[in-house]
Design a protein around this ligand. Structure first.
Ligand code: NAP
Length: 297
């Protein structure tokens, strides 16, 4: 079987084109969505993500501001800053880049963000709304991106058995909740596996759609899946590769080369789930602006 390669760059591009048009329309009614991104410290990967978020805002016409704070910033200083942006009508979305330095309690910070501006979808109010399927919630960006990838690549999860490996709060648990909703683009039967799951292959071989979000390079092998499976690889792992220019390369949680021989469709790493995450952040920011300005969906 020759697998369809699900191209995240292409899907993200088409969603961005839709958003750009939508934002242009909103501007005609005097509304420009605004996003503030706050980063604490110098983590190099986080710096890259934050820069990309700013660039995406510029590309789409979203007003954005990036606040760079030193690693010594206290928790109270960060909470005060969030409070300031909670009350600033210019900004519809507030994103605090994770991870935070160890002396800052992440949960306290996420709880301080006004849920109506929580475009990352991590506030417990939005998590609860996601679980009950409320329309006005902001879905977390990576799992929401996975759902869009499935639907837009012609692999609607409706009625399918989805097996998720990984139960983190940012990927595994939310994608499970999103895909089991009684709603378009969902309606799946979902099984979730993790590090304590026994006989993992017994579950993964039953999957019509397999979503791997583990953080273990090339974990899913061809003998763990059945012919015709649709595979979404969320993993981003850097491994040594003496043949690569800088001696390393990125791989996913799925052994792409062997699994693609059995799969009906599969996402590559990089170029699969990755490009969707920031795009869905943009989508949430637009949604926030519509909610704040009582615009039609
Ligand atoms: P995480 O918080 O470390 O969670 C990993 C999950 O995988 C945990 O539930 C863990 O089980 C499970 N797990 C780990 N080793 C396992 C094993 N050997 N067998 C079965 N289950 C195992 O990771 P995450 O934040 O969800 O991220 C997962 C991967 O996705 C990472 O590579 C990350 O870089 C990537 N990611 C990519 C994007 C993107 O935009 N493309 C976004 C987020 C994350 P326990 O709960 O039992 O410990």
């Amino acid at each position: 079987m020759v697998a369809q390669i699900i191209n995240g760059n292409e899907v993200a591009k088409s969603i961005r084109a839709e958003l750009k048009e939508e934002i242009a329309g909103m501007k005609m009614s005097g509304v420009t969505p605004g996003l503030v991104v706050i980063i604490v410290g110098e983590d190099p990967a986080s710096q890259v993500y934050v820069r990309k978020k700013g660039e995406a805002c510029v590309e789409l016409g979203i007003d954005s501001e990036t606040i760079r704070l030193p690693a010594e910033t206290t928790e109270q200083e960060l909470l005060d800053l969030i409070e300031k942006y909670n009350n600033d009508k210019k900004f519809d979305g507030i994103l605090v880049q994770l991870p935070l330095p160890k002396h800052i309690n992440e949960q306290n910070v996420l709880l301080r963000i006004d849920p109506s501006k929580d475009v990352d979808g991590f506030h417990p109010v939005n998590v609860g709304k996601m679980v009950v399927g409320a329309e006005d919630c902001y879905l977390p960006c990576t799992p929401h991106g996975i759902q869009e990838l499935l639907v837009r690549s012609g692999n609607d999860p409706k009625g399918k058995h989805v097996v998720v490996i990984g139960r983190s709060n940012i990927v595994g648990k939310p994608i499970t909740n999103i895909l089991l909703q009684k709603a378009p683009g969902a309606d799946a039967t979902v099984t979730i596996c993790h590090s304590r799951t026994q006989n993992m292959s017994g579950f993964t071989k039953q999957a019509d759609i397999l979503i791997a979000a583990i953080g273990v390079p090339n974990f899913v092998k061809a003998d763990m899946v059945r012919e015709g499976v649709v595979v979404i690889d969320v993993g981003v792992n850097r491994i040594n590769d003496p043949t690569a220019k800088n001696g390393t390369r990125l791989v996913g949680d799925v052994d792409f080369e062997s699994v693609k021989e059995k799969a009906k469709a599969i996402t590559p790493v990089p170029g699969g789930v990755g490009p969707m995450t920031i795009t869905m952040l943009m989508k949430n920011t637009v949604k926030a602006a519509k909610i704040h300005h009582n615009l039609k969906k």
